[in-house]
Design a protein around this ligand. Sequence first.
Ligand SMILES: [Zn+2]
Length: 115
Amino acid sequence: MARRNTSTWPEVSDTQAPALTCALCEREVSELTQHHLIPIIAGKRRGIKPQDLPTLGLCSACQQYLHSTFSINELATQYNTLEALQENEQVARFVKWVKKQPATKAVKARGRDER
Ligand SMILES: [Zn+2]
């Protein structure tokens, strides 16, 4: 029953999730979130369309962390480059920790969440 002859199919298996690498923690994950370096709402205030805003491919843990740590304003003005994020001590500490977490595990960005 199994169709073995799939030679007519293109070689590129883009249906399979490729290993994607988070720009911040460099873990390989199956899905990346587009993190807007300048949050959409801040971009709007500057008259920048969402599609013109620079983005980073981040894993959900990093993305969540950034948004739970910094305000929209901080992200837009101080942490709007990958370098600025990496240089932040808090972020560096988080990245160091999250690197050790398996990519398959859903990581709670707020480690001290009591819920
Ligand atoms: Zn990450």
